[in-house]
Design a protein around this ligand. Structure first.
Ligand SMILES: NC(=O)c1ccc[n+]([C@@H]2O[C@H](COP(=O)([O-])OP(=O)(O)OC[C@H]3O[C@@H](n4cnc5c(N)ncnc54)[C@H](O)[C@@H]3O)[C@@H](O)[C@H]2O)c1
Length: 379
């Protein structure tokens, strides 16, 4: 297969993960790094042996085919527009757009220019969520009729070195962590028809406790607690609670209830995790993990067991999709629908309305173990 030249725009926190994981996938070679802050690009370049350069220089490089947009959410639209204008494909971190209008604009520019835009998250391609997909498609819980999702925690100011963007427009738990949950749910259940929500914020100001800015204050400009209800096109009803105002809770990440049983799913921010299933008896049984290469733990944490982190799987699938002339699993139709759902939830939270969505999408194709194996370099 052709090797795609990759450029990375934005050399902050998450760029290290991409630079570590991309070399494990076939058909990808990182050839350029750029950042508004030249020092950030220089440091990553030195650590990973990739040429640092200015954003303009990277966009002019003939040997860069896909640019990964790892800038902050507020810059995603402008940066992705510039990448497309330079004639290159885009793989963006989430949320790839902050409004439906931005999403549709990128989609029409890409279509016009024959370019592909894809977006994180790609964690739904992991072993756990793909196994959940197989269980649902095999009818193990019957027809899914309802469920719950909870992504709640204390916030971001205790660990991220520059946590400001999490509390600004484009941040907040719905746009920051919602993509993992909502993308996973659309992948499992199909598109959403309408949403409603109530939202708020426990604090108007957050105090940074991480280094190097401990003690600085960040003004909160987005809801930090959102409780929403989504009705899927299939009629399934799922409640989602997203908050950065919660110190502890006892909810499961995702639970899906069907006409024949229930399915308990792990954190969709990772590629692995425990699944459990019940039938109509209600007796919960652990599901042994299947042999899926994107469910294999490979990522050390400061404490606790290793986790599976195969970020860049979506990028590898995108490259292969371009070669094969098919839709990528993380393509812009899915990402646009997810942005539509999240922004409609935020709008509903502001206004109290029930919002009927204007977009829809196909469920992305399943990524079975053999499909995943084909994305990885064969050693
Ligand atoms: N940090 C994580 O663990 C994590 C995980 C998954 C996804 N993400 C997503 O990845 C994105 C980046 O997150 P991060 O934590 O790396 O942020 P960060 O603040 O650490 O890094 C962002 C970098 O982008 C650069 N930048 C900003 N605007 C730019 C522009 N217009 N052109 C070029 N460079 C620009 C900044 O100088 C900075 O170095 C966010 O959308 C976030 O939601 C982060």
């Amino acid at each position: 297969m052709k090797t795609f030249g990759i450029g990375i725009m934005g050399c902050g926190n998450i760029s290290e993960t991409y630079l570590t994981l991309i070399p494990r996938f076939a058909g990808l070679e990182v050839r350029a790094l750029a950042d508004l802050n030249p020092e950030a690009a220089r440091q990553r370049g030195e650590a990973f042996g990739v040429a640092p350069m200015s954003p303009e220089e990277m966009l002019g490089r003939e040997d860069v085919d896909i640019v990964i947009n790892l800038t902050v959410p507020d810059a995603h639209f402008a940066v992705s527009s510039a990448i497309l204008a330079a004639g290159k494909h885009v793989y963006s971190e989430k949320p790839f757009a902050l409004t439906l209008e931005q999403a549709e604009t990128l989609r029409s520019i890409a279509t016009e220019r024959g370019l592909v835009v894809c977006s994180a998250p790609d964690t739904f391609l992991g072993g756990a969520l793909q196994q959940a997909r197989e269980l649902i498609d095999d009818g193990r819980i019957g027809r899914p009729t309802s469920g719950t999702a909870h992504v709640m925690g204390r916030g971001m100011e205790h660990w991220h070195p520059n946590p400001d963007f999490f509390f600004k427009k484009g941040g907040g738990p719905m746009l920051d962590l919602g993509p993992y949950y909502i993308t996973a749910l659309v992948h499992l259940l199909g598109p959403v028809r309408r949403v409603t929500a109530i939202s708020g914020a426990a604090r108007q100001e957050r105090i940074i406790t991480s280094q190097p800015r401990a003690g600085e204050r960040v003004r909160v400009e987005t809801p930090t607690t959102i409780h929403a209800i989504m009705q899927f096109a299939s009629d399934a009803i799922v409640t989602i609670g997203a908050s950065w105002d919660v110190f502890a809770h006892g909810h499961h990440n995702i639970e899906l209830y069907g006409t024949e049983g229930s399915l308990f799913l792990p954190d969709p921010n990772w590629f692995d995790g425990a699944l459990a299933l019940t039938d109509q008896s209600g007796e919960r049984e652990a599901v042994p993990a299947w042999d899926h290469p994107l469910g294999v733990p490979n990522w050390q944490r400061p404490s606790g067991p290793d986790l599976a982190n195969h970020r860049a799987a979506g990028l590898a699938d995108m490259a292969r999709a371009i070669v094969e002339g098919r839709s990528a699993r993380c393509d812009i139709a899915l990402a646009t629908h997810v942005v539509d759902i999240m922004t409609a939830i935020l709008h509903a939270g502001d206004t109290g309305e029930m919002v009927t969505l204007t977009t829809t999408c196909e469920r992305p194709a399943a990524l079975r173990p053999e499909d995943a194996r084909a994305l990885l370099k064969q050693n």
